[in-house]
Design a protein around this ligand. Sequence first.
Ligand SMILES: Cc1cc2nc3c(=O)[nH]c(=O)nc-3n(C[C@H](O)[C@H](O)[C@H](O)COP(=O)(O)OP(=O)(O)OC[C@H]3O[C@@H](n4cnc5c(N)ncnc54)[C@H](O)[C@@H]3O)c2cc1C
Length: 408
Amino acid sequence: MIKVGVIGGGPAGIVASICLKEKLHHSAEVILFEKKKQIGKKILASGNGKCNLSNKNIPTNDTYNHHFASLLFKKYDNQALKDDFLRWGLLTKDDASSRTYPITESSKSVLEILMRKLKEYQVKIKLDTLVTSVNKLSNGLYEINTSTSFKPEIFDYVIFATGGASSPQLGSNGEGYQLLKALHVLVSDIKPGLVGLKTSKNDVLGLDGIRQKVRLTLQNKFGPVFTEEGEVQFKKDGISGIVVMNASSIIARSKEKLNLSLDLLPFRTQDELIQTLELLKDSSLKASLNELCYGILPMPLADKICKDLKQQKELTIGGIVNEIKNYSVNVIGNYGFETSQVTIGGVKLDEIDANFELKKLINTYVIGELLDVDGLCGGYNLHFAIASGVMVAHTIYEKEREKNENKK
Ligand SMILES: Cc1cc2nc3c(=O)[nH]c(=O)nc-3n(C[C@H](O)[C@H](O)[C@H](O)COP(=O)(O)OP(=O)(O)OC[C@H]3O[C@@H](n4cnc5c(N)ncnc54)[C@H](O)[C@@H]3O)c2cc1C
């Protein structure tokens, strides 16, 4: 019997453990190490508790930002994920934006069915157990040292699935990088991704709590590099919302400065807005320009735009419409790993082969967010974690099958 140590009870490690037992049955003992008292904390938190598992556009839509992910997604696409979850007992559905959710719209059901499978297949789960080091032994096996045992445990295969450094309160705080660096595995610089952006205070002054449907654009000196519609939430020192989180990942990956602007009324053209305001002006002679804007923007936004233009002595209909269509926001940072949903950077992809095996350490694998792969909002990150777990189990199964055939 072979022994496989899986480090990290997130979606990547959980799915790898289930698939290993599904394929290898009693010929493998699988031990899942999790430092927290509970596995799958990020599954529970994901998609605002609804768990956006995948996206119908996988693999056709290039919303994830690495070629490596697109290769994996071609092998394990949205339908493959839905089929596996159905087999395990979970029905899924797609929403109008092609996002795949459990039909229950509850992340608890996802974790529940995964835990049921882990139990059914007798995966040994060691909770509250921090893996402190992994060492290669002279006989080619690996020892795993933990916070709960003085004696290391010995394994044929080790799967690193410890996640990135985002939302450390849910488990992963970057310790996985240290485990791998100790084994001379190269890790690229990490930054928070899918996170709110901090802005110059003046750009959001008086707007705290306002929500507005906008079109956000990021531009370099040649023109737009990213544009997306969605809701922006203004805070006292920055902006948030899905569209902002997506922009934060593009900014984090970019090697050049990108300027962020918001079209505050994307469903009306510049000309339409000018016409509307002119009509309103003609029909409400007593109203100020500022008051006219109350019918087209939330009052704090209308007040801010008009106050700024007044200070610049440019309070005209043309000036107002320009600001509405091109509200410039100076980004000065982000809210950090504490609230980010994904980590940009991680174990360099040169360190692994197409089957997630570390080139320097045979029979060890790195999967999920620990790798230098990240996607935008929409189910791409969970899909990547799950797909890499499925594929790694398949690789180990194939290795064992070949070994057994050679013995015959
Ligand atoms: C609030 C929030 C919402 C999100 N929503 C979505 C969504 O709707 N759709 C989507 O696609 N993505 C979403 N994501 C991103 C997604 O959850 C992650 O990309 C995904 O969970 C990564 O899976 P993973 O298994 O690689 O790592 P993780 O889920 O981070 O799991 C790693 C596990 O390893 C454990 N661990 C770490 N180090 C050790 C150690 N040394 N010893 C033992 N255990 C260790 C951790 O405690 C953790 O349980 C969200 C993320 C957050 C924070």
